[in-house]
Design a protein around this ligand. Structure first.
Ligand SMILES: [Fe+2]
Length: 194
């Protein structure tokens, strides 16, 4: 299940209702979708999209999304280092960034500008929707593995607009599982951030 950390205040939210209420304040969509009882997360993209068709169609109707696909990043992904650097810089999109995590994990950092930056840890079963225009960046966890369903309003328009005066470099690339990992213990080289 997703959980939240606000580095500036040291606040951690792990209770599901608290996480939902917090994300609601920032218009960030959060849902839990079923996993193994629906389809194997190793299934082909076609099988995955078919298995989650009810959820995908519901979101398409609600958000104007037109297409969905399945992507994976692994330690063997060509250009991994470049992808990590690209996703890890503060940016916005002109459309929502909708991701359902099938396998693996990662952290979305959100900069609401009027409130402190907060991080959202996502793992298998979490659907997160970062609204268009929201300043954010994304980090993989140490195992460099995530497989997701993506939804697009217009795939050709889904590009990152890098912001002026980004804040990502002032935050340690903390990715954590059940336990918070102190920033000073993070191996930035291992995370391909140096
Ligand atoms: Fe993004």
């Amino acid at each position: 299940m997703a959980w939240i950390r606000i580095d500036q205040t040291g606040t951690e939210l792990k209770d599901e209702s608290e996480v939902r209420a917090f994300l609601d304040r920032y218009n960030i969509r959060y849902e839990r979708w079923p996993l193994e009882d629906r389809v194997s997360p190793d299934a082909s993209p076609e099988e995955i999209l078919e298995a989650y068709a009810p959820e995908i169609e519901r979101l398409k109707e609600a958000g104007g999304y037109t297409t969905a696909d399945v992507v994976a990043i692994t330690p063997e992904t060509p250009g991994l280092k470049e992808l990590i650097v690209k996703f890890g810089q503060e940016h916005t999109h002109s459309e929502d960034e909708i991701r359902f995590t099938l396998q693996g994990s990662g952290v979305f950092y959100i900069n609401p500008e009027t409130d402190p930056v907060f991080a959202i840890y996502v793992e298998a079963g979490d659907l997160l929707g970062v609204p268009a225009g929201a300043r954010h960046w994304f980090l993989l966890c140490e195992d460099h593995h995530i497989r997701c369903i993506r939804l697009f309003q217009d795939p050709s328009g889904w590009i990152a607009h890098y912001v002026d005066h980004p804040t990502h470099s002032t935050f340690m690339p903390v990715c954590w599982g059940p336990q918070y990992v102190p920033p000073e213990t993070i191996d930035r080289k291992k995370l391909s951030l140096e």
